[in-house]
Design a protein around this ligand. Sequence first.
Ligand code: GZL
Length: 328
Amino acid sequence: MNRAARWMALCCLLALAGALLCGCAGGRPAPAQDGAESLVVVGFSQVGAESDWRNANTLSMQQALSPENGYRLILDDAQQKQERQITAIRNFINQGVDYIVLAPTTEKGWDTVLGEAKAAGIPVIIVDRMIEVADTSLFTCWIGSDFRREGDTAVAWMEEHLQGPLRIVHLQGNIGSSAQIGRTEGLDAGLAAHPEWELVFRGSGDFTQAKGQELMEALLARDTGFDLIYSENDNMAYGAIDALRAAGLAPGRDVTILSFDASGHALRLILSGEINFDVECNPLHGPRVQAVIEQLRRGETPPKFTYVEETAFDAEGLSEAVIDGRGY
Ligand code: GZL
């Protein structure tokens, strides 16, 4: 092989080696066939799957932050444990996600891990419950409910519809969550204003149907007299209703049932007369979070705090058509 041919062969080998090196030495990866490289990656630390509300919230986030809309959503279910959320957030940071969304189990204990997200330059959006941090720059914005107002709405209905003495059973959600704190504060204000109202039981059912039923069964076994159940979410109310039925009592008639969330099944129980009043807590945060991320991507600043509009339901004016039109 003459000199020129050798030189040409060498150049070809060098060009081939360069191409191979570039490809496997971490050069910009070839764009994935499905365009995956262009998706906005969002790490979502979700409380769990404890209730209809939570499942509707998760579905709303998945539908909004979908690949069709330009997102890759990484969902982590913390099974109602804050330490699992902290681990999930650290994993999101290590994965280099573009945004972190946190639906916090409780209000306290977020300063350190959100400081790590801030140091990594990853914006954090808080949804649903509130967090309490020393430095509010640790999160970009919060979207959720006014839980104290929800409690006050429930008490106002009690004042309007129930006269005279009331023996109240209070089923609380996860202790330390802002949903529990606000709804409990509302009832406590009512108790302070109404000496004729008596709190005969208060305990946490962790927002789950099983624990709601367990608490009610224990109360019935103790033959505790009560007139009203103030259940801080629908799933605990479902459990209490099952226990009342098993004891031969008519929920909504023998015992007034007041609940929170206003999920579809609960509203149908209002139609059937088994729940008397239900305060809405809207879970459909997916589109709201999507809108915030798109604002941030445009370089705009979203409001720091956004309270979602919410209403409440009793049998008056409620119909299947209203329920079908609500989305959860
Ligand atoms: C309220 C939410 C609560 C719901 C429960 O915003 O955090 O958690 O009321 C859910 O159903 O488990």
